[in-house]
Ligand binder design. Sequence first.
Ligand SMILES: [Zn+2]
Length: 451
Amino acid sequence: MPTPATAVVTPVARLAYVLQHFWQAYPSARQVAIGYEPAPAGVTVLVGAGSFFSEKAPYPPAPTWRNWGGQPVPFFFDAAPDAPLLALLPGAATINVDVIAAAFYLLSGWQEYFSPERDWHGRFPYAASVQKLFGFVAVPVVNYYFEVLKTAVEHVLGQPLPPRRWRGAAFAGFITHDIDSLHGGWGTALRGALRRGNPIEAGRTLLGKATGQPAPWNNLEQVQATTASFGAPSTFFMLGSPQPAPNGTANADYSINSALLYRLRQLEANGSETASHASYGTATDTARLQEEIGQYDGTRPNGNRFHYLCWEPRHTPKVVAQTGFRYDSTLGFAEHYGFRNSYCLPFFPFDFEHGQAHTFLEIPLNVMDATLHHPNYLQLQPAEILPALRPMFREIERFGGVATVLWHNDHFDPANTTTGPRQFAEIMGYLRQRGAAFFTGSQIVAELCDL
Ligand SMILES: [Zn+2]
């Protein structure tokens, strides 16, 4: 893959992009000037990136690790590692690490835009990421950089900056379901019945399939009821095409027809949202994605997530923008839970061609069921799942972020005992107990963008 031609990403553009998000996280911080030039009553950031951003290499020098709030945090572009992180002066503050450059590098997804590494599905692999290399995938490092900025601003202002609240709650939950299959599950049910030595149940399963009963995974109403029992609305991402991809990867085993649309309207009447699960291949094909959206008869979905979490950093943001979505929720690593852009709040992806933010919101994906137990991903035992995820959720709670969970409808099948309904219930029970407020994707956009 050749290095892409892009607009020059100037220091001014980087500062504007980072401050746009800092102000979204802490709205009252706008009153204080932040920049590289020393300001008499503001926050000065030490320049640390040198010529890195004009050279277009994917990886910066290794970060230094500094203690912040009792925790080691990696700081990229640390030009003065012996200087204190923060120097507080009367009415002003200096940050001795280039947290603007570091935040820009991670939040913009610079590494995946300039790296040629892709996996079989065309995705930037977790194995090629700085998160893997330096071991911080489950730490929202950009939020820590923002906390340093916030502390400096609070010093200048002489008053604390309140964090964002979500309908009064300290953090938000976004519970999502990608619907890849509505007609499957017979084989799983039959094998389960036989394994349990229950011939009557096995016979009933065979009869159900033979007489055209709804398949075990035709369970949207049950998924909604289960999610609602934890006080959360469901956002359903419906796969836009039943045609397999040219490389043989399966898309939907159902079509978006009038009967299904009627069902979705019923689910919406009960508080759900219908979003688009763009089929395999559309991450680089706006025309095909537009066709898929055309199936909705004028009720265009606001949101999207790509099947297989496909995302080509050099094309996909433009596809999402051109298709007119208000939000996307694809950006997580399939191979590991955590923070792909090292940030736990929704953000506006960077438009490398125009040197500014896109206008659609990315609600980053933190954890997908299949990631937790899969031959290619992690192999957690059921009892290990919630303990593994809890530190990540704690970070989201600390920074007032959004916990985005993807639990496919087939993982609500009781036959799934590794990443099934029981593990979903444990995660939901934990989020509810911690006081998360739950939202659909469009409700999150409304909270952040005043729809
Ligand atoms: Zn999918």
